[in-house]
Design a protein around this ligand. Structure first.
Ligand code: COI
Length: 355
């Protein structure tokens, strides 16, 4: 196992029913852990039984949220193999997030080795029911016991695994969303492009209000002009307007989604016109009113594609694609998940074999 130490568990857990996994509720028998200490760097990479961390109440992550995470999946292919989807992109993005949060970089090769080795150890946990996968959650947090505000001198990096089904109970059924007018998720110069817990914490109140009002999520507008569309819920957002796919550009406040990038590359590969440009909420509602708004959907690792069937903005409301999943969103979903589960050929070289 190279430099990664292995500590065996005394007892293995019973595996959950693959038809009732939901998202992120079950965790496997093992996790990867590694420590960082100033002067020593990263040390003691190990695969150990999944279990609680010991943290001082003064551990800095609990006070100042110095934390980053990633999300990717391992897929069971028809021939019983297991593959990852673009893991190098998650590794690179985690180091981009680390840099923004003043945290130390992780060696990319060791990160990849840890991913592959942990999934190999836990291969029996990769489910095989349709639309299920093993969600991989790498994360890192500040552990120094100190309530002064500065970058921590010690960190834990860990990877946990969770067998998952659909992220939204709706699955591929379109969600109802409204345009959030009070809260914003991120601003340029802030941490919007980093995958850090604080960005998600900032969305929770709006998410709660949306649920109370019978919506699945909210559409986020930019924090300065309050008119440019940024993201939907915890996903990137794409629209098909007058035959062209339009998505907000990566300007610092938006997460550089790997599913977003994959969608754009597939669309370009198909010859569908794609534009990464600013789009205002007024333009979107005009397009809805004049009939040129054909489709709308979110993109993310967890849900892959999440069609939007209805958008409400104050007094206005728009039904999109007749409240059904649009044909392009469906085609993208089928093709992307086809590559991920190894059902269709991968012309982009995106999949990485684990076993
Ligand atoms: C994703 O779409 O993969 C996300 O970012 C959601 C995740 C935070 C559970």
């Amino acid at each position: 196992m190279g430099k990664i130490r292995f500590i065996k568990t005394e007892s293995l857990k019973a595996k959950p029913d693959q038809k009732k996994l939901g998202f992120g509720r079950y965790f496997t028998d093992y996790m990867f852990v590694m420590n960082y200490d100033e002067g020593q760097g990263w040390h003691d990479p190990r695969i150990v039984p999944y279990g609680p961390f010991q943290l001082e109440p003064s551990a800095m992550v609990l006070h100042y949220a110095q934390e980053v995470f990633e999300g990717l999946k391992a897929y069971r292919t028809a021939n019983g193999g297991i593959q990852l989807f673009r893991p190098t992109e998650n590794i690179k993005r985690m180091n981009i997030s680390n840099e923004r949060l003043g945290m130390p970089a992780i060696d990319e090769e060791l990160f990849m080795e840890a991913l592959l080795e942990l999934v190999r150890v836990e291969q029996d946990w990769v489910p095989s029911e349709p639309d299920t996968s093993l969600y991989i959650r790498p994360f890192m947090f500040a552990t120094e016991p100190h309530v002064g505000v500065h970058a921590s001198s010690s960190y834990i990096f860990a990877i946990i695994l969770s067998p998952v089904g659909a992220y939204y109970p709706e699955g591929l059924n379109p969600v109802k969303i409204y345009v959030e007018s009070r809260d914003v998720r991120a601003v340029k110069g802030g941490t919007g492009f980093a995958k850090t817990g604080g960005n998600y914490a900032a969305t929770l109140r709006a998410g709660l209000e949306a649920e109370k009002a019978g919506f699945s999520q909210v559409l986020w507008l930019d924090g300065i002009h309050r008119k440019y569309i940024e993201e939907v819920g915890s996903m990137n957002v794409l629209f098909k307007i007058g035959g062209e796919v339009v998505t907000p550009p990566l300007g610092g406040s938006i997460l550089a989604g790997i599913t977003r990038d994959s969608c754009l590359r597939i669309l370009r590969h198909w010859g569908v016109p794609v534009s990464e440009r600013l789009i205002t909420i007024d333009e979107l509602f005009e397009a809805a009113e004049n009939g040129s708004l054909e489709e709308a959907f979110g993109s993310g690792t967890a849900a892959v594609i999440s069609p939007i069937g209805k958008i409400v903005y104050g007094e206005k409301s728009a039904i999109i694609s007749g409240g059904e999943i649009g044909p392009l969103a469906k085609k993208l979903y089928d093709y992307l998940t086809g590559i991920q589960w190894g059902r269709v050929e991968d012309p982009f070289g995106w999949t990485v074999k684990v076993v």
